[in-house]
Design a protein around this ligand. Structure first.
Ligand SMILES: Cc1ncc(COP(=O)(O)O)c(C=O)c1O
Length: 399
C-alpha cells in the first residue's frame, strides 16, 4: 500500500494557490519554499470526512461560547493519552489559533510595564504577544550546551518587574526538548519569584520516536498553578488555515482571566464551528497519521542533517523534535537575511532567515529549514542550497 507520505500525495498545484505565509503561493514560480512550519501533505482523510459531514446539513449557527464541550473533552483525552497531562476539560478553552492563545495568555498574566523573559532565539510570537499586552521583553540568551538549552544564567534575568517566563517545549527553532532537571529549574524559579509560565506545547506531538517528550505537567498539577498552556493543530495535523488551537490551565482563577481576555463571551473571539469539528477529528481519529508522519519526518531529518553537514562552511543541528533545522551559516560572514535573499535569487530556494525578526538577535547568522515535505522536494531544495553555497564560496573567495 502506498504510504500517506509518498511524494505523489503532495498536491503542488493546490498548494500554489492555497499555501501562504512564505510558502508555495507566495514564492516566485519555480522556487521551492522550505520556510514556514506547515506540512506540504494534505490533512488526514478523517479530518476531511468530518468536515464534509458537518457541512452537508448546511446549518452554521453559533457554537457555545466556550467551544463545543465535546471538543474540550477530546483535547483533554488527547493530552492525557499522548502526553500524560491531566487537564480538566472545563479548563480548556478552544481558541482561533495557538498564536491567538499566546496573546490571550500574555494579556492574562501581564500588566503594562511587566517584564516577560523571552528566550533568544525562540519563535517571534513570544515577543509579539508580550508587547501586545504592554509588557516589556527581556531577552534571555538561550545558548545550547551539550544539546540542551543552558539555563544556568536564567535567574540573573529576573527582576522585581518580571511576571512571566515563556517556555517553548519543544523549542522552535532549536528542535530540542527539556529534561526533567530543566523543567524543575524553570518551575523552581517561578515558585521562588511568583512568575507565570507561558507554556507553548504546539510542537509536543512532533517528537522523534526515540526521544521522550516531557511536559511541564510532569512536575505534577499542584505545582503548575502558575502555568498557562497553549496547543495548536497546525504543526501536528497540517490544518494551519483552519485557525484552531486551545489554551488550558489547571487553575480555575487563571481560566477565568483567560476567558475574559479571549473575548469569547462577547462573541468577538472563538473558533469557527467547522474548525472545531476538524480539531475534534484530529484528536479522536488522527494520531495514527501523526505517527506515520513522524516515521517519514525522521527519514527526512536524517537525510537532511547528513547532507547539510557534508556541505562546506555550514553546520546543522539534529533536532530531537519539530520538523525544523537550525543551521549555522556564520562562516559566510553575511547577515542571515542576506544569505536567504541570495539563495532565493540565485537558486530559487526560499528559507527562513535567523535574526531579530523571526527568532531574536541571538539567531543572527543562522537560517531555518522546514523539512515537512517529500523526500524528492527536500532533495531538490538541498541540491539548490549546495549549489548556492558553492557559488557563494567562489564569489566571496572563501575556502
Ligand atoms: C512555537 C510556536 N508557537 C505558536 C505557533 C503558532 O501556531 P498557529 O499558526 O497554529 O497559531 C507556531 C507556528 O509556527 C510556533 O512555532
Amino acid at each position: 500500500m502506498a504510504s500517506l507520505f509518498d511524494g505523489s500525495n503532495i498536491k503542488l498545484d493546490v498548494l500554489k494557490k492555497r499555501a501562504f505565509n512564505y510558502r508555495w503561493a507566495e514564492v516566485p514560480e519555480g522556487a521551492i519554499p522550505l520556510t514556514a512550519a506547515d506540512p506540504d501533505y494534505p490533512a488526514a482523510p478523517e479530518i476531511q470526512e468530518a468536515m464534509m459531514d458537518y457541512v452537508k446539513d448546511g446549518c452554521f449557527s453559533y457554537t457555545p461560547k466556550l467551544g463545543y464541550p465535546e471538543f474540550a473533552e477530546s483535547i483533554s483525552r488527547g493530552l492525557k493519552a499522548r502526553k500524560g497531562e491531566d487537564i480538566d476539560p472545563e479548563l480548556i478553552l478552544p481558541i482561533d489559533s495557538a498564536a491567538r492563545g499566546m496573546y490571550i495568555i500574555a494579556e492574562t498574566g501581564l500588566r503594562p510595564g511587566d517584564e516577560m523573559i523571552v528566550f533568544d532565539p525562540v519563535d517571534f510570537l513570544f515577543r509579539e504577544s508580550c508587547l501586545a499586552a504592554g509588557g516589556k521583553v527581556v531577552l534571555f540568551p538561550a545558548v545550547l550546551k551539550d544539546g540542551h538549552i543552558d539555563l544556568s544564567e536564567l535567574e540573573s534575568y529576573i527582576t522585581p518587574r518580571t511576571k512571566m517566563i515563556g517556555l517553548c517545549n519543544p523549542h522552535n527553532p532549536y528542535g530540542v526538548l527539556y529534561r526533567p532537571e530543566d523543567l524543575e529549574h524553570i518551575m523552581a524559579l517561578c515558585e521562588k519569584y511568583d512568575l507565570y509560565i507561558m507554556n507553548d506545547e504546539i510542537w509536543s506531538d512532533i517528537v522523534f520516536p526515540e526521544e521522550k517528550y516531557l511536559s511541564i505537567y510532569s512536575l505534577g498539577n499542584e505545582r503548575c498553578k502558575r502555568v498557562m498552556s497553549v496547543f495548536g493543530f497546525s504543526k501536528s495535523f497540517g490544518i494551519a488555515g483552519l485557525r484552531v488551537g486551545c489554551v488550558y490551565t489547571t487553575n480555575p482563577e487563571l481560566f477565568e482571566g483567560i476567558v475574559e481576555n479571549s473575548d469569547v463571551m462577547s462573541t468577538a473571539g472563538g473558533v469557527a464551528s467547522i474548525s472545531q469539528i476538524a480539531g475534534m477529528a484530529c484528536m479522536d481519529k488522527c494520531y495514527y497519521w501523526v505517527d506515520e508522519f513522524l516515521v517519514h519526518l525522521k527519514k527526512n531529518r536524517d537525510y537532511a542533517v547528513d547532507r547539510l553537514n557534508q556541505m562546506p562552511l555550514i553546520k546543522a543541528y539534529r533536532p530531537h523534535a519539530t520538523y525544523l533545522l537550525y543551521v549555522d551559516v556564520r562562516a559566510f560572514g553575511m547577515k542571515s537575511v542576506e544569505f536567504t535573499d541570495y539563495m532565493q535569487e540565485k537558486v530559487k530556494l526560499a528559507l527562513v532567515s535567523g535574526g531579530e525578526k523571526f527568532f531574536g538577535p541571538g539567531s543572527e547568522g543562522y537560517i531555518r529549514i522546514c523539512f515537512a515535505t517529500s523526500h524528492e522536494i527536500l532533495e531538490e531544495g538541498l541540491n539548490r542550497l549546495e549549489k548556492g553555497i558553492h557559488m557563494l564560496i567562489e564569489e566571496k573567495n572563501l575556502v
